[in-house]
Write a protein that binds this ligand. Structure first.
Ligand SMILES: Nc1nc2c(c(=O)[nH]1)N[C@H]1C(S)=C(S)[C@@H](COP(=O)(O)O)O[C@H]1N2
Ligand SMILES: [Mo]
Length: 354
């Protein structure tokens, strides 16, 4: 069953229903190195499952030498690692595309950075012993539902090479506390640098398989496609993006900003899942200057940037754009695709200076 085609129509009640279940990070929270848990963005495809930590087990099986069944205490007793990681939904920016792919209607704000603590996945996979003809590992969550007619447990796969990277964690803490129910309690996968869909929450099973995984969230969803028939390219790592804290104060309904004239310190964050951020530019009405960048708190975490603006009275459009060390730069024209993936179009903030 196909879903609705991209539309130029008004937001539908179904999109609004998704938008109120999920939530973005208010952009003023870009001020924090580590996003408070309650301000971190949230995306839950189906229902938040009710899991009991005492009876929960992580099963590791399929094409392995030794099947494992691990309790939460078993996992917590393994080598511990904490990493500061920026997560972003691959659908961030979708609602600004025209026509608009119909799904969770993100604008700019599907991002957050947390300190995640867990144990390296490589250790657990090493103990299970992947057989040499393993092609992929499938990570399955406890949540279940129907998407575009396909009934399934939420599941995503990775190649052994991607899964064995040292920064990939089985995470049981977020900002120093057990995961909240909505963020995957008791355990989630964390694949630093990759878009959000990879970080499977409420993890129940890891299965080694000998064929590429063809589950819905892997085969159908999360592809860069021109249209319904384009085979496309799979979505993986996060494209570069910079966002600023909108300066001044907002109008309640329109969010239009009012700023006092004179020197204004503009602050924001920038990140990329491909490489460190090499440059951030700040733009006023289309003229760009270099912003200064601070060192990020971790290889997979956003960095803070700032620029000084001498605000002259009138209406202005403020923008920012990031370039990473591989030379990827945010586009100034919308990178349209059929599922609304990876729209890292530069941010534009309308301000009135008085
Ligand atoms: N089991 C499961 N894992 C999931 C999801 C889900 O719906 N079910 N959503 C994914 C998507 S699309 C994103 S963007 C991130 C969001 O993580 P967060 O809600 O902790 O910010 O979780 C991912 N992991
Ligand atoms: Mo997502």
């Amino acid at each position: 069953m196909a879903g609705p085609e991209p539309t130029t129509g008004p937001l539908t009640p179904e999109e609004l229903q998704l938008a109120t279940r999920n939530r973005g990070m208010p952009l003023e929270a870009l001020r924090y190195d580590t996003t408070p848990v309650g301000l971190h963005y949230l995306l839950v495809h189906f229902d938040i499952p009710a899991l009991d930590a005492a009876s929960w087990r992580l099963l590791v099986g399929g094409n392995v030498e030794h099947e494992l069944s691990l309790t939460l205490d078993d996992i917590r007793a393994r080598p511990r690692q904490a990493l500061s990681v920026t997560l972003e939904c691959a659908g961030n920016g979708r609602a600004r595309l025209l026509p608009r792919p119909v799904s969770q209607p993100w604008l700019n704000e599907a991002v957050g950075t947390a300190e995640w603590t867990g144990t390296p996945l490589a250790g657990v996979l090493g103990e299970a012993g992947l057989k040499p003809d393993t092609v992929e590992l499938v990570f399955t969550g406890a949540d279940h539902g129907i998407e575009k007619g396909y009934e399934h447990d939420y599941a995503r796969s990775l190649t052994p090479a991607d899964a064995m990277r040292p920064e990939v964690l089985l995470a049981y803490e977020m900002n120093g506390r057990p995961l909240e129910p909505q963020h995957g309690f008791p355990l989630r996968l964390l694949v630093p640098g990759w878009y959000g869909m990879t970080h499977v929450k409420w993890l129940m099973r890891i299965e080694a398989i000998r064929e590429p995984f063809d589950g819905y969230q892997q085969r159908v969803a999360y592809w860069y496609k021109r249209d319904a028939d384009d085979p496309g390219e799979p979505v993986s790592r996060i494209l570069p993006r910079a966002l600023m804290i909108p300066p001044g104060f907002p109008d309640f309904l329109t969010r239009q900003r009012t700023v006092e004239r004179g020197r204004v310190e503009i602050i924001g964050r920038a990140w990329s899942g491909h490489a460190p951020i090499a440059q951030v530019e700040f733009g006023v009405d289309g003229a760009w200057i270099a912003a200064s960048i601070e060192k990020s708190v971790g290889a997979f975490a956003w960095c803070r940037w700032s620029a000084t603006w001498d605000a002259a009275p009138g209406e202005h459009i403020l923008s920012c754009r990031a370039t990473d060390a591989t030379g990827n730069r945010q586009p100034t024209a919308q990178p349209w695709n059929y599922q609304g993936m990876g729209n890292n179009l530069i941010q534009a903030v309308h301000v009135r200076v008085r």
